[in-house]
Design a protein around this ligand. Sequence first.
Ligand SMILES: Nc1ncnc2c1ncn2[C@@H]1O[C@H](COP(=O)(O)OP(=O)(O)OP(=O)(O)O)[C@@H](O)[C@H]1O
Ligand SMILES: C[C@@](O)(CCOP(=O)(O)OP(=O)(O)O)CC(=O)O
Length: 451
Amino acid sequence: MSAPTNIACVKYWGKRSIALNTPINSSVSVTLDQADLKAVTTVTVSKTFKKDRLWLNGVEEDVTKSKRFIACVTGVKNLATEKLDSSGEVLVDKSEWKDYGVHVSSMNTFPTAAGLASSAAGYAALVACLAEVFGAIETYPGELSTIARQGSGSACRSLYGGFVAWRMGSDNDTGADSLAEQVFDENHWPKLKAIILVVSDEKKDTSSTEGMSTSVSTSKLLGYRAKEVVEGRMRGIEKAYGEKDFESFGMITMQDSNQFHATCLDTYPPIFYMNDISKSIIKLIHTYNKWKGKIAAAYTFDAGPNAVIYHLEEEGEELLALMLMYFPDDKFLGSLVGSEYVNNEEEWRKAKAWVLDEELLRMCDAKGRSRGVGGDVKKIYVTRSGPGPIVLSDEHSLLDKETGENCYTKPADGNGVALGVFGIGLIGFGLMALSGAGIGLIGNAGGGSKK
Ligand SMILES: Nc1ncnc2c1ncn2[C@@H]1O[C@H](COP(=O)(O)OP(=O)(O)OP(=O)(O)O)[C@@H](O)[C@H]1O
Ligand SMILES: C[C@@](O)(CCOP(=O)(O)OP(=O)(O)O)CC(=O)O
């Protein structure tokens, strides 16, 4: 299976219960297109596997004590149904699944743990893939998202496409109502686009989990935000998205990003996720909006320095040209990922030569960022909203079909694989080799249960 990342417009920051991984406030995000960023995961299960194993980007991680991983496997197994063969015979009774070991191999097509929501895509892919293999059936809508939430909070939102809310819920005993809900699907607002400026692809020094824990115990501003601010913003942004009102959508998105980073600064000791490059992106966007006379672009930053700039299609080329003017790549390094405008060197030169308004440039120059200084932005994605998890065909398996061992190696030069290598193909049942001694069920191929 593959699963998307998502970038929140109203941020999740702070846990109500660490054990249940429930939040102190609701949040809402845009699911991004998997053509550009995704986690790809294969699951194989077998009775012969001695222990559960996970390979991430080709390297094995010990998951035998991972609370997050165990919660996902156990949670999905609890919803499992029996596995049938094509004639309707029971191959695996649901009571037997507990004896099956799980092998998982997963890779991200973008930097891992760098504030680009790799944990969201990764745990959503894991839960969606396990659900296929075990034929899991939800007893109420959103139940699988309550399981993904226990892997990583933001992962619950990656189980759906489009515009997705994570309702904080009120059940403090089970967390069963702290779940994701699709507010609008990915086809609702096709003109909405996103430019991602990767300022750093290094692993961040304060993880979200650790950062929000310190914030909850030390920041009064965070408590105020959760109590007094978020619900109004949730209502406002859902209305704005529904009405395709970019100005309101953009305003709330920017204000909420700023408030999230203000709570980080209010945390003791303070946490700094944005750096000077992030701040100069913020200044450029405000200058651009001032020049436009309206909110035409809106930035948001997760727990890292990388910027996501939401905008409408009509501003896409101009904004990209503006970014390339102030954050250029020195030479053409290949097409901008996902870009409709820059797919070869000629288009890249054209984008760089785009004639930006003199007054706009004068206003931007006055904000202190010099034109043409390269090296600060490592990579640019030009993307949009997309669907939730997708079933891939067998040929994309990251686990060896005979042995169930990892067969994926991360290329030396990048994050994951070249785009397009993992094609998207919906197939039906993909029972690979279910024999008494052999490997069980290959999860990126779809389930075989009664549904
Ligand atoms: N494809 C994947 N499959 C399973 N687990 C993954 C996958 N990708 C990332 N993870 C887990 O998520 C962790 C990274 O999460 P972290 O929250 O630190 O970064 P992030 O998700 O990239 O950033 P953020 O959530 O702040 O945007 C990894 O160390 C790994 O444990
Ligand atoms: C800033 C954020 O991206 C924080 C995401 O935090 P995580 O979901 O990664 O945290 P855990 O639940 O501890 O795994 C905001 C958001 O995505 O809403």
